[in-house]
Design a protein around this ligand. Structure first.
Ligand SMILES: Nc1ncnc2c1ncn2[C@@H]1O[C@H](COP(=O)(O)OP(=O)(O)OP(=O)(O)O)[C@@H](O)[C@H]1O
Ligand SMILES: [Mg+2]
Length: 439
């Protein structure tokens, strides 16, 4: 391509010889390019980008300015276009809207190469997987099931029931051995036999301990909100543009104490931008954000930008809760599954789910009375997701929620909805649920 550009420049040369040579060179290069599939490559890349809903305008933007959903689409378009024989995809549906997810499912189901995917999207797994690797953290093993998703679920349940039965019977056997040993222990002639029975019972118990643990789940409870005035957060006439593209104009919002608002809009509609304006991280072009008496905001950022990646888990928590003693902070971190040396890891090395848990833990200690939550259930395993939904439904402070997870909206039970980019506010109606997958 660079050679072609050079030839193009030389074609415009005033020196005739140079220009003619350049034309010949360009023609030869053009043929090569054609033969290698260069032109169709561009249109193929374009069509993948288009199927993933990437507008031409977005393709020229620097990556760091893209919205969460747009960035995932670019990453996916890049990987899918490479024509590799094996794809490794880690949570490919996160942040995507419904159309893109539907397209991706079709693409992967028809994909001829190998596919290794990590996903919490059961429908995607149902459609694409024919082998499941289950990493069981409690037993520290990987179980391999040569089955599709729903058959795997059934088989795993059968296996778990069997393990429970085996465990119960092993416990019974060990108990009987110990009881027998206790009866024999004090007879000199039988003391040795009693000892070996004890050992055997201990061995039986050892062999089942691993399987006995329950799945580890973060225990999430949002803080009791500190007291505040009637309307802790208000925004008037907020507008934001980047260059010539207007994201939204003239958005008004009043968040009363304890009220619940959900913000809906397509990938790139400006949801994250609005939350950044509300949280004071970024100024609007016009309008203002006003905090009411005693207002304390807790902001959960879509890409965890509020975490300091260079500092450790513990330091991040301590800066979110300067008043707490280290022992209290560590015990709270424990309930978010950061145990032992985990707390000394820099936040930058954490997995997506771990970052989510840390960011939530920081929110929990903040005592906020208004939570601004930007897709807080992404990256979480189903059990931890259920915990945060439960925490959300119990929280008594005000919540402004951005999500494409309809379960999260149901848990929030919102009173109002704000639609972006129009900035129209409406009372919540159940038929808005249909729109959520688009958000
Ligand atoms: N610094 C910037 N320069 C140019 N465009 C930007 C910049 N920051 C954001 N944008 C654009 O603003 C629009 C709104 O982005 P925003 O992150 O608010 O979207 P969103 O509604 O949160 O989307 P998603 O559902 O994908 O998270 C997007 O089209 C994005 O590409
Ligand atoms: Mg966003």
């Amino acid at each position: 391509m660079a050679d072609m550009r050079l030839a193009e420049e030389r074609m415009a040369s005033s020196d005739k010889d140079v220009a003619e040579k350049a034309v010949r060179r360009w023609t030869a290069l053009d043929e090569d390019f054609h033969r290698e599939g260069g032109y169709s490559a561009e249109s193929e890349a374009g069509s993948i980008a288009l199927s993933l809903g990437l507008a031409a305008k977005v393709l020229d933007q620097p990556l760091e300015t893209l919205s969460g959903g747009q960035r995932r689409r670019v990453e996916l378009a890049r990987i899918l276009f490479q024509g590799s024989s094996t794809l490794l995809l880690d949570e490919p549906t996160n942040h995507l809207d419904a159309d893109s997810i539907a397209w991706l499912k079709e693409f992967l189901a028809a994909y001829k190469g190998g596919l290794i995917v990590i996903s919490h999207d059961a429908a995607l797994l149902n459609k694409c997987a024919n082998k499941i690797f289950y990493l069981d953290a409690n037993r520290s093993t990987v179980d391999i099931y040569n089955l599709g998703w729903s058959a795997y679920l059934q088989q795993r349940e059968i296996d778990e029931r069997r393990r429970k039965r085996e465990q119960a019977s092993a416990e019974k056997q060990a108990g009987a051995l110990k009881a027998q040993a206790d009866r024999m222990r004090y007879k000199a002639t039988k003391a040795r036999a009693a000892q070996s029975m004890d050992k055997r019972a201990a061995r039986i118990l050892d062999s089942i301990v691993e399987g006995g643990g329950r799945e580890k789940v973060a225990r999430i409870r949002f803080p009791d909100p500190v007291k505040c005035g009637k309307t802790p957060l208000m925004a008037h006439g907020l507008s934001k543009s980047y260059g010539s593209s207007e994201i939204f104009t003239d958005v008004d919002l009043a968040i009363d104490r304890g009220s619940r608002v959900v913000i809906l809009g397509l990938n790139g509609a400006g949801k994250t931008t609005l939350l950044r304006l509300l949280s004071g991280i970024e100024p609007g072009d016009t309008g203002e954000v006003e905090l009411g008496h005693g207002a304390r905001l807790g902001y959960y950022a879509q890409e965890h930008e509020t975490l300091d990646v260079t500092r450790t888990v513990l330091e991040n928590m301590q800066s979110a809760s300067p008043d707490l003693a280290e022992s209290q902070v560590r015990s709270l971190l424990g309930s978010f599954l950061f145990i032992g040396d985990d707390v000394f890891k820099p936040a930058g090395v954490l997995s997506g789910g771990e970052k989510t848990r840390l960011a939530l833990a920081c929110l929990v200690v903040s005592g906020a009375n208004v939570l601004l939550l930007d897709e807080p259930t992404n990256n979480l395993d189903p059990a931890s997701r259920a915990e945060i939904l439960e925490a959300l439904s119990r929280y008594e402070g005000a919540v402004v929620l951005v999500t494409h997870d309809d379960g999260a909206v149901e848990a929030l039970n919102p009173e109002r909805v704000l639609l972006l980019p129009d900035g129209v506010e409406d009372l919540w109606r159940p038929d808005y649920l249909d729109l959520i997958a688009l958000a």
